[in-house]
Design a protein around this ligand. Structure first.
Ligand code: FES
Ligand SMILES: [Fe+2]
Length: 446
């Protein structure tokens, strides 16, 4: 059994110690306080969001020099910029003078950001390039080179997806992703020319801990026929039993806390999400030979059932969507959801993809609504005094994991909780390890 120990967790544990305060994700037990405790949440911001690679945008959002787009790394507002020379940066959206926001826009193109308080001005490469009263008030004694924007320690792209980390000790993005990249290619490398995001992003807030979203989209096929029963009832094309067991589908823990739900062996690119949009299904079918040529048959033919979470809070879904589970307090999150398409996708198919996404996974989407309701309730039972002392159980399929030469990672039935155990084990590892030296980085095998 592993208990919440290091770095203040010890103290927290002793403050509220009971026999039920277990934290044993490897064997399938979770302490509910990880979804509600504000001290743990503060530590999570430091040790998880302060050290992991976080998705901050797509290169298509900052295609031209001096483009910028606002995002967050954990709860810290950042600006993803492309400087005048074409280099990407992630900066805190914070003036170095008295801490005002330097940019109030969500996105745009500008050679510099002028703070609205006293007028300090920063270029898109972060340099402080303008200080009102530099001669008269500062007597030219301010060393402007010391007061540029605060920049993330590392920034890197994976086939158009931009990630950044505050920790200079973090492994390279490629090592961090490990075998998850093999699966991620199904989203970002299906066709020559890569991908782009459609304009706009859905953002909404819900009273649920961010981990519920990350865990669910990291491979929870168990919930589908129950949670989404009403959606299934009105869709004549879909038939599910009460247990959604499907020998063609698997969950995969690809290492480093990253989790995938996908098709293992199969030959049916269209699925229920496309049933209302024949041109989407037709698009996937017609581009399958190209994808197969790029990625091979196994990946091409499992691809469009892919749902996954890259630890900690980046998710993709066949929708086709990428999203961020933004933490907003122990019992609150903000979802940011984007429609991602191959650059070569025809206009009419883009439109269907956008509609399909909104219909199922927009803030008022049929399946999204079902999910949110459950996560809100699970968070609520982690807040009240007696309920929160009761551990949560994720033991399904324990000991029934396998491996295959065909696909990388630890494989389990599509209805299992192997991925949840892997997700929360990684979370605990990050929460307990003082530095990246003591955090496992699984080697890439494919
Ligand atoms: S706070 Fe930005 S210039 Fe003063
Ligand atoms: Fe769901």
């Amino acid at each position: 059994m592993v208990t919440l120990t290091a770095h203040g967790l010890e103290q927290l544990n002793s403050m509220v110690s009971t026999n039920n305060r277990l934290m044993d994700p490897k064997n399938g037990y979770l302490d509910r306080s990880i979804f509600s405790d504000s001290d743990l949440y503060q530590q999570e911001l430091e040790q998880v969001f302060g050290r992991c690679w976080l998705f901050i945008g797509h290169e298509s959002q900052v295609a031209k020099p001096n483009d910028f787009v606002a995002n967050y790394m954990g709860e810290d507002p950042i600006l993803l910029t492309r400087d005048s020379k074409g280099k990407l940066h992630s900066f805190l959206n914070m003036c170095r003078h008295r801490g005002n926001r330097i940019c109030r826009a969500d996105a745009g193109n500008a050679p510099s950001f002028m703070c609205t308080y006293h007028g300090w001005t920063f270029a898109t490469d972060g340099k402080l390039v303008g200080v009102p009263g530099y001669k008269e008030a500062y007597f030219e004694e301010l060393d402007r080179s010391q007061w540029g924007l605060v920049e993330a320690a590392q920034i890197s792209s994976y086939k158009g997806l931009v990630f950044a980390t505050w920790d200079k000790q973090a492994p390279s993005l490629e090592d961090y992703l490990g075998d998850a990249a093999w699966y991620l290619d199904l989203v970002v490398d299906r066709r020559e020319g890569g991908t782009e995001l459609l304009d706009g992003v859905h953002k909404w807030v819900l009273a649920a801990n961010w981990k519920f979203g990350a865990d669910n989209f990291g491979g929870d096929d168990y919930h589908f026929p129950i949670t989404h029963g009403s959606v299934l009832q009105v869709n004549p094309n879909v038939r599910f039993g009460r247990i959604n067991a499907d020998s063609n589908r698997v969950t995969v823990n690809s290492g480093n806390g990253h989790n995938i739900l996908g098709r293992y062996i199969g030959n049916q690119p269209a699925n229920q999400f496309f049933s209302a949009y024949a041109n989407m299904a037709q698009y996937y079918q017609s581009t399958l030979p190209e994808t197969e040529q790029r990625l091979g048959a196994i990946r091409a033919r499992q691809g469009n059932l892919g749902i996954a979470t890259i630890f900690p809070n980046f998710t993709w879904h066949i929708g086709p969507m990428v999203r961020i589970w933004q933490p907003r307090g122990a019992a609150k999150m903000e979802v940011w959801s984007y429609c991602i398409v191959d650059k070569k996708t025809p206009e009419d198919v883009r439109d269907s993809m956008r509609r399909n996404l909104i219909r199922s996974f927009g803030p008022g989407g049929a399946t999204e609504h079902d999910d949110m309701n459950n996560w809100i309730q699970c968070t609520s039972t982690s807040l009240s005094s007696i309920e929160r002392k009761t551990p949560m159980v994720i033991t399904m399929g324990l000991g029934h994991e396998t491996r295959s030469e065909l696909i990388p990672g630890v494989i389990s039935a599509n209805v299992s909780e192997t991925n949840q155990r892997a997700f929360y084990s990684r979370w605990l590892e990050m929460m307990n390890a003082p530095s990246w030296d003591q955090i496992t980085v699984a080697p890439k095998t494919k």
